[in-house]
Structures are given as C-alpha cells and as structure tokens.
Design a protein around this ligand. Structure first.
Ligand code: BF8
Ligand code: SF4
Length: 657
C-alpha cells in the first residue's frame, strides 16, 4: 500500500490524538510508514450511521428496513406499526442475547472440558484447585464431607449443567444472591431458568410481530443477562479456577516491551484459557525449546493479550502485551512470530497486518475461522497437537524475520490476580478471612464506596484515556476500584497497579492501601471474571452493615470505552443485580423516549439498579460518586465520612475559630 496515497485520500489523525498508549502510538506511526492501516485509521474514516447509533432503525423483516427519526421519535412508526420503543428495545434485546450467548457458550466449553477431565477422557488437564472445587460445590448445596473428589466433581458437573440446559426452575448460583435481591428478581419474574432457554426466548420475542411492549422485552433482557452474569460467566470463572488454579497476587509486566527481540515471540489473544494453558506446556517442551535455540533464538517468549491474556496473567504471571485496541499495533513491531487466537474480539483486520509482517495468524477454535488466516483445530483431547504446531510455525517465522524490528521498550510492572477469595484472605487473614474489614472501612468512611470499572477499549474515544482519567478521579475520591478485562490493562499501563500508586488516592483509601499493601485498584481478571465482582458484592451484603440487597450498597459500575455486545449483557446484568451502571462512548437509544426512561430511571424504582451515560470521564466519576454518596446517606453512614474527611487545613481553621 502506498502511504502517500492513503494519506491523500484519507484523514490521518496524529496517533497521540487517539491513544495515550505510547507503544500503540509509536506502532501506528511505524505502520503508516510501512503502509499498514489499523482500526484507528478506519474509525477516523468511517462515520457511524447516525440512525443506527440511536438504534432508531429496524431490519427484522423484509417489509423494511425501517428508519425512524430520532429528532421526532413518535412522529413515525415502522411498516408493521412498530414504535420507536419497540424497535429500540428489540435491538437492545438482540445485543443482550448475543453478548450473553458469547459468555455462556464460553462457560459451557469450560464445563465440557471439566466433564471429560473428571471422567478421564481428557488427560492433559486436571483438577488443580480441590479446595475451590469443594467450596463451589458447598455453595450450591452439594455434600462434600468425607466424599471422593471424583464424586463431588461429578455432582458439581450435573448441577452446573442446569445453568445452561434447565427448562424450568432457577439456575444453581442463585444460592449466592442476597435474599432481598433475589426477592426482587422473583417478584419481577426475571430469575433465569437456563441460559439456552433465556437466549432462545429473547431471540424469539424480538422477532417481527412477537413481543411489542418495551417493558416486557426489558424483563427478558434482564432474565437473559442474569443467566450470563450469575450463570454462564460465573461457571466459566469457577470451573477455570478449579481446573487451572484460583488467582492470587503476582507481579507481572504489561505493555509491548514484554516482547523480546532475540526470542521466538508467541502471542495468544482471545478468551478461553484452555488453549493458552496448553501453549504454556508447548513453549516449555524441551524439544521445541531446543529447536528455537537451533534457529538462533535465546528461547521462546509467550505473551498474552485481551481477556485470556488477563486470565493467564492473573493465574500464572504470563506477561501481557496490551488490550483490544493494541492487537493490530503489536504486529507492527515485526517481532511477533505467531499470533494464535480462539474466540471473541478478534479483529478481521489482523489478517492484513499479519500478512504485511509475515506473521502467521492462527485460528484454533472450530467456532472461529477467519478468511486468510491459517486454521489449526484445537482439540481438548489432544491439545498439544495444535499448540506444538503453532510453536513450530513461530520458530520457522523467526528464522525468516523481516530485517526491521521495532519493539517499544515500555514495560509496566504491577500486581494482578485479586480473586474474590484472595481479597477475603488479604483483609482477614487465613483464619479470619472475611469481607468485614472492607465493610468496616466503608462504614467508617475511609473507603467511600466501591466501583467496578471494566470493559473494552474503542477507537471512537481516546484509547485508554477515559479508563485512566475515570479511575484516577475515583480513587482520588476514596472509591476503591475493582477491574477486569481491557480496562484493567489500561490502568496497568498507566502504572496504577502498584501499591505505591496509593499516593494518588484520597487520604482514607490511601491509608487502607498502605495498611494492607495493596494497589488502589484491584484487577480481577477477564470479562467473564466480572462474576468475581458480583460474588464480592454479595459477600459485602451478607457480611452486614451495608443494607440487605446489592442495590443498597454504596457501589457503582462503568464500562467507559465499551464496544462489544458482551459489554451490553454485562451492563444489563449489573443493572438487574442492583448496580448503577454508567456507559461511555455512546448509548444505542433515543433520549426522551419511554424505553430510555425505563432503563435510566424506571428499573431503579422496581428495585433494580439503573443505567447512566456520559462521555466525559470526570462527569462519569461525578455521577458515580453522587450515587455512592446517595447510598451512604440512605444507609445513614454519610456522617461518619464527613468526620473522616476533615483534613489538616480544616482542623487548623477550626482550631483558629
Ligand atoms: O471480553 S473487554 S474488548 S477482550 S469484550 Fe473484548 Fe471488551 Fe476487551 Fe474480552 Ni471483554
Ligand atoms: Fe419495519 Fe416492522 Fe419489519 Fe422492523 S419488523 S423492518 S419495523 S416492518
């Protein structure tokens, strides 16, 4: 591609205008010199369709597509008579269904794997965390005392399968939901039966001519999203911990500087941890290490990206090269000898970039082939057949690397791996493990509240910037931040994952961080690991002193740079669980409509949480803090905080008076 022609035809913004990630910016510059385009460039030249952005169009049947007018939302209806509220609710419902399907299908794969490990058909993996197996089994009423591990595991499989296939009744993990929250779900008829049933019903109800009441569609959105958060995603997290180990804090390097010039560099990017686990085995295989050395390398360097990267980083300390908006940029280094992907968030644009640098892009999952990529099927029953072959391809590419390699020498060391269980231990110790110290510090006001900052990065906003500014603003105001997914990586790159970053926090939060020796934001893993945040929230309610339901907690959530349908499902299950959840970038809705009023106000009146929207990180922080303060007031703990917040200047002023 001729760069000059690209520049002449298309608008080229300066990289520092659309990312604060220096490594990504430098690689975009290099890409432009090399004549390579990335999604940042494409976003600048693709104006989003304004009608679609407002969700004011419907293409559910061939009497349409029908376009309504966002400026006059009730001035027109579709050919079938569908109103703006029906159209928007149906579109929203389909996003929830797709997002929930992605997470629950991932969880079901983990459960398939678990079944065959337990019955001995799969021998490359094993149950690593027996303690967690027993805890999870107990949490859903399975007897563990004096029983064989295999028997407990078989019962656990049978029970958890209901998360997906059950046609009637409630999914197993409702046992973890605070009673009052569950009561709200039951009263509103949104307790999930099985994820397959909920997704199927939501797709059915959003078909032309079925559910045409936005309130009723929204109910099924909640039910389906809850089958993701408290169902499919939670199973994915719990089973992955049982098979591969529950995370605990580990120091890890993040950013593109984790690539090593003299090593064979392999990147795994995707969402399901099993292939990545086998890749760890392959890169440590003595014959393959020897082969790499024979090719002139010092060894093999395995690195993660996106969500399975975040999981492997948390569990095993595997270095992480960057989040969603850096996956093309990292290939531009020329130093990646193979990129191996499985499912979700894998840009088709990677094919062209990989081609330009002679990097093998390898798809491995039967559900995800990409035209132009090499496919090597990954089979849990013989996993190393695939991962060994990827390593061999990487070694052969190393031998034929392009002359010019440029690795941005930027690495950010941080502490990751804060599972729900570790937070329990960290706060209370081995014998008195508990969330009580967290609750106490919230009640006494040192910690103002808790925020979950999660989700994607998106080229429609300045990459990483919204995440970083938002989190800085929250911790400055004594809000403890829990993180997952690409957001966690944004903050890790900004240096906030060290205990020393506590100096950026307000005095109260700083004191707690320093006492415990923890960073002011705690990384809990991948997007399915948002289930860890739900369990933590439940535990805070159960420990006492902060109300009887998740909706009463001084807590809020946000995905400030979201882009995927999975994020919408996550947002809806947080809202349905009782959390005020703010999204940035854009929201697919027309304001001043009945559907908007329901999502942004009405759900809260029914006992759920509610949605919020703002683009500006400082405004998002203001909205979240105002909500946290409102909850503190309702709990009667606002006064304690006022006392805590009297600083030295105030004290001197009072003394002088
Ligand atoms: O599940 S945060 S861009 S990588 S969707 Fe995707 Fe968003 Fe990243 Fe992981 Ni989650
Ligand atoms: Fe138009 Fe109704 Fe068909 Fe949608 S379902 S495309 S609104 S006619």
């Amino acid at each position: 591609m001729d760069t000059k022609k690209v520049a002449a035809k298309k608008k080229l913004l300066k990289p520092e205008d659309f990312t604060i990630c220096e490594a990504t910016a430098r690689m975009i510059e290099k890409g432009r010199r090399d004549g390579v385009e990335t999604s940042f460039d494409r976003a600048a030249n693709m104006k989003p369709c304004p009608i679609g952005a407002d969700s004011a169009c419907c293409k559910h049947c061939s009497m349409g597509p029908c376009r309504l007018n966002a400026k006059d939302p009730y001035g027109k209806v579709g050919v079938c008579g569908a109103t703006i509220d029906t159209i928007m609710a149906r579109n929203f419902g389909r996003m929830v269904a797709a997002g929930a399907a992605a997470h629950t299908d991932h969880g079901m794969s983990m459960l398939d794997l678990f079944r065959d490990v337990v019955n001995g058909k799969i021998t490359d993996y094993e149950i690593k965390d027996v303690y967690k197996l027993e805890k999870v089994a107990q949490s859903i009423g399975i007897e563990t005392e004096g029983r064989e591990i295999k028997d407990i595991a078989n019962d656990l499989y049978d029970e958890l399968e209901r998360t997906y296939t059950q046609v009637e009744g409630e999914i197993p993990f409702v046992s973890r939901v605070p009673e009052k929250t569950l009561e709200t779900w039951r009263k509103n008829g949104v307790v999930p039966r099985g994820a397959m049933r909920e997704v199927m019903e939501l797709i059915h109800r959003t078909h032309m001519g079925v559910d045409q009441h936005y309130e009723n569609i929204t109910k099924q959105c909640s039910r389906t999203a809850l089958s993701d958060g408290w169902g499919g995603s939670m199973v994915a997290t719990e089973i992955s911990d049982i098979l591969f180990g529950t995370p605990s804090p580990v120091a890890v390097d993040v950013n593109m500087g984790v690539l090593k010039e003299n090593y064979v560099n392999i990147i795994v990017h995707g969402h399901e941890p099993n292939m990545f686990e086998s890749m760890v085995a392959s890169v440590n295989e003595p014959t393959l290490v020897e082969a790499a050395k024979a090719a002139g390398a010092e060894g093999i360097n395995l690195v993660g990206m996106c969500c399975s990267g975040a999981e492997m980083m948390s569990r095993h300390g595997v270095p992480h090269a960057g989040n969603f908006m850096s996956t093309e940029a990292v290939l531009i280094t020329g130093a990646v000898d193979a990129m191996c992907v499985d499912v979700q968030c894998i840009k088709q644009g990677l094919v062209k970039v990989a081609e330009c640098y002679g990097t093998p892009l390898i798809t491995t999952n039967p559900r995800c082939h990409i035209e132009g990529a090499t496919h090597i099927d990954f089979d849990d029953h013989n996993p190393k057949a695939c991962t060994d072959e990827v390593v061999i391809k990487a070694i052969s590419r190393f031998k034929n690397r392009p002359a010019e390699i440029e690795i941005p020498n930027i690495r950010n060391t941080g502490i990751h791996g804060f599972s729900y269980e570790y937070i329990n231990y960290m706060l209370g110790g081995t014998f008195r493990g508990s969330y009580k110290p967290l609750n106490d510090n919230i009640i006494n006001g040192r910690i103002r509240g808790v925020a979950g900052i999660v989700g994607c990065t998106n080229p429609r906003v300045k990459h990483d910037w919204v995440h970083v500014e938002l989190v800085k603003e929250l911790i400055k105001n004594d809000v403890l931040v829990l993180q997952t997914g690409c957001s966690q990586i944004s903050l890790a790159k900004a240096g906030l994952y060290t205990p020393e970053a506590a100096h950026l926090a307000g005095a109260g939060l700083q004191e707690v961080c320093e006492t415990v020796g923890m960073p002011p934001c705690l990384g809990m893993g991948s997007c399915v690991d948002n289930s860890r945040i739900l369990i933590a929230a439940s535990e805070m309610v159960k420990v006492g002193g902060l109300g009887n339901s998740i909706a009463e907690l001084p807590a809020a959530g946000c995905a400030p740079e979201w882009m995927s349908e999975k994020a919408i499902s996550i947002g809806q299950y947080f809202v349905a669980s009782g959390v005020y959840t703010v999204f940035g970038v854009s929201f697919p809705i027309v304001e001043e409509t009945k559907f908007h009023k329901l999502l942004f106000e009405g759900l809260e009146a029914q006992g759920f949480g509610k949605w919020g929207f703002a683009e500006d990180p400082y405004e998002i922080a203001r909205m979240m803090i105002a909500h946290i303060d409102k909850k503190r007031k309702e709990l009667g703990i606002d006064k304690a905080r006022e006392r805590i917040l009297i600083d030295m200047a105030d004290r001197r002023a009072m003394d002088a008076a």
